[in-house]
Design a protein around this ligand. Structure first.
Ligand code: HAM
Length: 455
């Protein structure tokens, strides 16, 4: 049996890879317009970055990290999320002391979590996200939520539910943890073994337990809103009022605690059930954090950010018919060497045309001309370039227009000019509009900016 891909990973091929790229390019573009700068941290970090950053009580650190010892005996981890690594990068590179704050960064790439694979849940998946670090104004939190909202709107996802909650400041959470400990103490005996460790490490995590019997107990637990400090209450009220003013719809969800330990104050998640009824879980999530930068050895500065799961975005967009799978545009030229001896010269010719920027392929098999034409057709080639020994000896090539079937023999030294002429004619139309050559924009369905259809 051939070797299979690792469980929980997936191959992204051809048109689907184009879909990923288009979505990623849109997200990157919008983040750039919001004045975020790209950063690219390594996939591998010292495990400590996540143990200290994401927190020992989180499921991610307790159960889901791909951690191993390298040959030098160091404990390394494939990133299970970006935020802690981004803060490590900012601290190490003194970005927070050398720039005006907040420093606004965006990122994109694979992350790894050892989770049970299911709908929308992979072991290797891709995240796009942002972190705005170093400024405590709630307006920074708002800017990040607005950015996420604009991204979702631009993707065409109109009916997103934004769930929002506050975890308060440290004082609020300390008080709340105390109340939760008191409440769960009398129920703990009946609860799952995981909740026993959560009770010790961080009782807030019990609120996220998925065991149905435990969820019933969780329903009766004290609510965070009763333990908020005045400052946290005011901050959250300001957030909600401002979201109203910005006309961003939201739902306050008091049960939203997020699974990573670094959060404080405002946290949020983006939920979307596709029209087909598939629920892939949160398509993105984030929040504010106060202590993460300090925890990772930096100054005492807060931050806020979110990450989208690209696989989940692709799934909901595909389910709702919002993905443009672009037709294979094919190649402009297909070079056909007649006989093995012509192949290297054919490659040379293909390269000359490629340098002009036109997609060009060649036939690598010594097959009949008729079979080469069939291959050219499969590749949606516009022109065939035929090259036999005679042509090479005479320093010529044959160019055949595959839609009109007209062919001409031309000297090799005018090949580049001829290719440019042919390709610019492709963009000319008889509509009498003013556009010409490269300005003449073609669309994927073959319609050009003048409204005409050209091949
Ligand atoms: P997270 O909620 O753990 O947050 O993940 C963010 C998004 O990644 C989720 O909403 C989901 O779309 C996607 N995701 C998570 N796990 C999987 C999986 N196994 N398979 C596919 N997609 C998945 C974070 O990672 C935080 N770093 C977000 C953040 C940034 N908070 C502040 N800044």
């Amino acid at each position: 049996m051939p070797i299979q891909n690792v469980k929980g990973t997936h191959d992204i091929i051809g048109a689907e890879a184009d879909v990923y790229e288009n979505i990623e390019n849109l997200l990157k573009h919008i983040a750039t317009v919001f004045a975020f700068k790209q950063v690219r941290p390594p996939v591998l970090e010292h495990s400590e970055v996540f143990v200290r950053g994401v927190g020992e009580s989180s499921d991610v650190v307790r159960k889901e990290m791909y951690t191993f010892e390298d040959k030098g005996g160091r404990s390394l981890t494939l990133r299970p999320e970006f935020t802690a690594g981004i803060i490590r990068l900012m601290v190490q590179n003194k970005i927070l002391s050398n720039n005006e704050l907040p420093y606004k960064a965006f990122y994109l790439g694979p992350v790894f979590r050892y989770e049970r694979p299911q709908l929308g849940r992979y072991r290797q998946f891709n995240q796009f996200g942002v972190e705005s670090v170093g400024h405590d104004s709630p307006v920074n939190d708002l800017e990040v939520i607005v950015l996420a909202y604009v991204i979702l709107q631009s993707l065409g996802l109109e009916n997103v539910t934004i769930k929002i909650n506050t975890l308060g400041d440290e004082e609020s959470r300390d008080n709340y943890r105390g109340a939760l400990k008191e409440y769960f103490a009398s129920h703990l005996e009946k609860m799952c073994p995981d909740c026993h460790s959560r009770y010790e490490l961080n009782p807030l995590r019990i609120l996220d337990c998925k065991v149905p019997e435990d969820q019933e107990i969780v329903k009766g637990a004290p609510k965070m809103s009763n333990f908020l400090s005045t400052a946290s209450k005011e901050r959250f009220a300001f957030m909600l009022k401002s979201l109203d003013e910005l006309q961003i719809p939201y739902e306050v969800d008091e049960g939203l605690v997020r699974g990573l330990d670094y959060y404080s104050e405002t946290v949020f998640e983006f939920h979307y059930t596709s029209k087909t009824g598939n629920n892939y879980g949160a398509i993105g999530a984030g929040g504010h954090y106060d202590k993460l930068v300090k925890e990772l050895g930096g100054p005492d500065l807060p931050g806020v950010g979110f990450s989208f799961g690209i696989e989940r975005l692709v799934s909901v967009l595909s389910d709702d018919g919002l993905v443009n799978i672009e037709e294979d545009e094919g190649v402009a030229f297909y070079v056909m060497p007649l006989g093995i001896k012509s192949q290297v010269e054919a490659l040379n010719i293909a390269n000359v045309i490629r340098m002009l920027g036109y997609a060009t392929d060649m036939c690598f098999d010594d097959v009949k001309l008729s079979s080469m034409f069939k291959r050219a057709e499969k590749k949606h080639a516009r022109y065939a370039i035929i090259l036999g020994e005679n042509e090479i000896n005479n320093n010529e090539v044959i160019i055949k227009d595959l839609s009109t079937q007209q062919q001409t023999t031309i000297p090799m030294d005018i090949l580049e000019d001829r290719c440019i002429d042919l390709m610019s004619q492709e963009h000319q139309c008889d509509c009498g509009c003013e556009h010409d050559g490269d300005e003449h924009e073609h669309h994927h369905d073959g319609e050009c900016c003048c409204g005409h259809h050209h091949k």
